[in-house]
Write a protein that binds this ligand. Structure first.
Ligand code: NAD
Ligand code: GLY
Length: 362
């Protein structure tokens, strides 16, 4: 079992990583016998894991209720979040309740925002079940729902009390979702850790085959990197922005195409290549390193070209709604080398469009 702590003073919390944690009653600290909790999950995960988890928790004396939401990015909305509040109120949950998010990033983000808002804040335990949520979204306290005009536009920073990662859950994950998570994994290598990028090049086949040792080490390394960044810059005033490599381009794709058509990781994969091409055009990143990123994404089964139907203006319009836009100025995360990146403002729209078009030839 691996344990990493996200160091945030009194709000510090553990990330526990191991195969089989959904069978371990001690893993769900700080939840105790006699306490109330609401398990929030979706229809898919309900069939796979919620019985196992609810049996485990009720056997330890937790008074557990459950709300099952529809499955999909298009349901990451205020209206669906309201179903969580209704369930909590119908079952008379008070401020001493705990919300348990069992699912991928959609359930995690929505439940996190519900926990931040219900009676002005109740305890939250994240139980991420996709690779993407295990390496990224369950850690760090970004919670949100989407708006038709922009992704993750309504939300709050709200840290969980604990993150419980059972790597066995990945065995039931569809290959397209595994690949989507690998995009965020590769992102860490590009922005923060060149040695990890090299390791990914050497071990990608093991990760795709869900080799236990490789996947355990990979999740641990990503969580360590994320915990360090969050501890240094919880509210994204500086360094945390780097975690958004590829996201400004990627969110434009997700919103333009319609939530759920392109998976988050697929859009981020293309976005990372667009960022790399932008950095190349600015003379700060080598073509050889862009080619290494493209090759690794391809091997992971990820796209490296944007949707054929998207025009230049479709990107710009949506990119200008990004949360990193300041005073109308686009701020892009761009790589400097494999393992190093920066936030750059005042990149001209012409360069951005040229870089997007470069990707048609990838
Ligand atoms: P998701 O939550 O939609 O899950 C993907 C699909 O896999 C769903 O159909 C889900 O039901 C299914 N699934 C989940 N676990 C499974 C399992 N173990 N076996 C079989 N099927 C399983 O998608 P995701 O990729 O986990 O998360 C994407 C979301 O995360 C996006 O909304 C994105 O904005 C958000 N996100 C948030 C952060 C953050 O810091 N909060 C970071 C990155 C991404
Ligand atoms: N996924 C980006 C962040 O947590 O900051």
């Amino acid at each position: 079992m691996e344990k990493i702590t996200v160091l945030l003073g009194e709000r510090s919390y553990p990330i526990t990583i191991a195969a089989g944690l959904l069978k371990d009653p001690t893993a769900f600290w700080p939840l105790k016998a006699g306490e109330n909790a609401m398990l929030v999950t979706n229809k898919t995960l309900d069939l796979l894991y919620s019985e196992r988890l609810s049996n485990l928790l009720t056997a330890t004396g937790v008074k557990l209720d459950q709300v099952i939401l529809p499955d999909g990015e298009r349901y990451k909305t205020l209206a669906v979040m309201d179903e969580v509040f209704t369930a909590l109120l119908q079952k008379s949950h008070g401020r001493d309740t705990t919300l348990i998010a069992l699912g991928g990033g959609v359930i995690g983000d929505l439940t996190g925002f519900a926990a931040a808002s219900y009676q002005r804040g109740v305890r939250l335990i994240q139980v991420p079940t996709t690779l993407l949520s295990q390496v990224d979204s369950s850690v760090g306290g970004k919670t949100a729902v989407n708006h038709p005009l922009g992704k993750n536009m309504i939300g709050a920073f709200y840290q969980p009390s604990s993150v419980v990662i059972d790597t066995d859950c990945l065995c039931s994950l569809p290959p397209r979702e595994l690949a989507s998570g690998l995009a965020e994994v590769i992102k860490y290598g590009v922005i923060l850790d060149g040695a990890f990028f090299n390791w990914l090049e050497e071990n990608l086949d093991e990760l795709l085959a869900l080799d236990r040792k490789a996947i355990g080490w990979c999740i641990r390394r990503c969580c360590e990197l994320k915990a360090q960044v969050v501890a240094a810059d919880e509210h994204e005033y500086s360094q945390r922005s780097l975690l958004n490599l590829g996201h400004t381009f990627g969110h434009a794709i997700e919103v333009h195409m319609g939530y759920g058509k392109w998976l988050h990781g697929e859009a981020v994969a293309v976005g990372m290549v667009m960022a790399a091409r932008t950095a190349e055009r600015l003379g700060q990143f080598s073509n050889a390193d862009t080619c290494r990123i493209i090759e690794l994404l391809r091997r992971a089964g990820l796209p490296v070209q944007g949707p054929k139907s998207m025009e230049d203006e479709d990107y710009l319009l949506n990119m200008l709604r990004d949360k990193k836009v300041l005073a109308g100025n686009l701020r892009l995360v761009l790589p400097l080398a494999l393992g190093r990146a920066e936030v750059r403002s005042s990149v001209t729209h012409d360069i951005i469009i040229a870089a997007i078009n470069d990707c048609k030839k990838n």
